[in-house]
Design a protein around this ligand. Structure first.
Ligand code: URA
Length: 276
């Protein structure tokens, strides 16, 4: 490991530990690591490994998403000339499932219009429901730190959204009908944003987007081809930041996933190389 990698990991672990504890760390200790004398051999990780079957042409009709059981007049419908603002307006007006009845705010997503990375989570929690913004609670603050550790920021180069736009009660898993009712929103967002990479956080988002029941431990750790119809997007799943807040043991593999994404961004000349 390089000194920079060690420092990044130490800060990441510090942050995760601090967030897990009583409050948030406002400053980190100074670390003075040195490079390892020889590179640590790492098993080659397949980039953009095809792990999902070929899918039909548009994500809106992506086989990953179950079809809405009962199309209703309120169901989200893609418009001719789509825009992020149009989608956000439809999300806020949507009454396609019963989650609409309990929301304070729908949470369409936010971030850069031409993102390097689209980060996709599960659905709003109470802080997000209260604010109308994605990932603003404890898990969201940890997510921001994790992204910053690899040079990603919602203000400039990534977009953050969820597969579900309204908060499920008691933060339960979304039900299939709810996921189906929301499916076209995230599909249209992916199509419009056309990100270079997708970073999917957590089991629910991973299983929903990939239409699989595989556990997150099997989905994470490698790039998967995500077919939108018009292109293939490298898709990386990792643990949800809430899971990292609950389980210390997941921090190291999550950091490995983030390093994989950073390396891929560097190899695609989308971020400057840190190792040369
Ligand atoms: N968890 C999520 O998956 N999404 C959010 O926006 C907040 C918490």
């Amino acid at each position: 490991m390089t000194a920079e990698e060690k420092t990044g990991l130490a800060h990441f672990l510090d942050l995760a530990a601090a967030v897990t504890g009583s409050g948030y760390r406002t400053s980190s200790p100074e670390y003075h690591f040195s490079d390892d004398p020889a590179p640590v051999p790492i098993a080659p990780t397949p980039q953009c490994d095809v792990a999902v079957p070929p899918t039909p042409s548009s994500l809106i009709s992506h086989s990953s998403f179950p079809a809405p059981p009962v199309p209703s007049p309120q169901s989200p419908v893609p418009s001719q000339s789509d825009s992020l603002a149009q989608i956000a307006a439809e999300v806020r007006a949507c009454t396609a499932c019963k989650l609409a009845g309990n929301r304070k705010n729908a949470v369409p997503g936010e971030g850069a219009a031409k993102p390097l990375v689209m980060v996709i989570g599960e659905g709003p929690g109470s802080d997000e429901d209260a604010s109308g913004r994605p990932f603003v609670g404890r898990a969201g603050q940890l997510l921001d730190k994790m992204l910053a550790a690899i040079g990603l920021f919602r203000e400039s180069n990534c977009f953050i959204a969820n597969v579900i736009k309204c908060r499920p009660p008691e933060n339960r898993d979304p039900q299939p009908m709810e996921t189906a009712a929301c499916a076209s929103f995230i599909g249209r967002q992916i199509d419009l944003l056309n990100p270079h990479f997708i970073l999917c956080v957590g089991r629910v988002a991973g299983q929903t987007l990939l239409n699989t029941t595989d556990p997150i431990g099997r989905l994470r750790g490698r790039f998967i081809d995500f077919e939108t119809g018009s292109r293939t997007i490298p898709f990386l799943a990792t643990y949800h930041p809430s899971a990292l807040l609950r389980n210390e043991d997941l921090k190291r593999p999550a950091w490995e996933d983030l390093k994989l994404l950073r390396t891929a961004l560097e190899q695609a000349n989308l971020l400057p190389s840190r190792t040369t």
